[in-house]
Design a protein around this ligand. Sequence first.
Ligand code: PHE
Length: 340
Amino acid sequence: MEQELAALQLEAEAAIAQITLLEGLNELRVKYLGKKGLLTASLRNMGALSAEERPRVGQIVNTVRDVIESQLAAKEEQLRLAALASRLAQETIDVTLPGRTFIKGNVHPLSQVQEEIEQIFLGMGFTIAEGPEIETDYYNFEALNIPKDHPAREMQDSFYITEEILLRTHTSPVQIRAMEKLVPSLPVKLICPGKVFRKDDDATHSPMFHQVEGLVVDKGISLADLKGILLEFARQMFGPERQIRLRPSFFPFTEPSAEVDVSCMLCGGSGCRICKGSGWIEILGSGMVHPNVLKMGGYDSEELTGFAFGMGVERIAMLKYGIDDMRYLYDNDLRFLKQF
Ligand code: PHE
């Protein structure tokens, strides 16, 4: 049996030495060391040996297995290196060839501006909330203090799906949705960016456009907080010299309400074509949250106050970049889009 094993080892060594392809190695591994391999078979014959002989022969079997294994490994390494060397010898890379340029797109100006608005408010401790674009009459109007027959609806009424469901006409419904979700925690301090839909369609209005809503609710919030936050926003967005002014206005969901103007970024306030000579440009609607709206959101309208604002992202983008027709933003004309 010892001789048989010695012969087996020699045979295996010879076979391994002759192999020139990696694939062949595996066959040999199976042939000698596999479950049905030759070495395993000789282990089975050990039953015929005497009890004294068994451990000694067992040792020999182990040694033979180790030898075959290490030879297989050595051969494998040798073949791999050889294969690599021959590939390296054949492959030539022309490092002088011009590279294939990867055409990089860029972020759409509207997305850029929306992101910039978000960053400014995140920097002031706001969080971001979102709501559905398909909205119920309740959230879009009713809960915002706009009852069914209110004339303020006429300004916005647009895409109805059923009598009770419509494409939201502003991001203000997210005020209610956010308060419902957050109540009773304080402060509420969030913005809600998103798409809104109205029936207008001209150079400065589109049936689909974007707004960013803002809502702050806490104890002791005043108009001064609104003004401070919006002044900071205007300066970060349009330059550190900007001033803002609040003009009385009306929204059913804020009381008092104010239209906010920013000093003209082109002429600095002296009057020009862009600001139509007034030195001021309207950028958003705002006001102190109407007590009814706080109540609808589940908050105590006696204890708490808040402010809200809503701005059009397209309008901000057009002012910032001097774009005079909103439709450029939707035309997907690369000559336009590449400028941002
Ligand atoms: N929702 C108003 C609009 O779309 C803007 C606004 C938001 C005004 C919040 C006041 C407070 O015109």
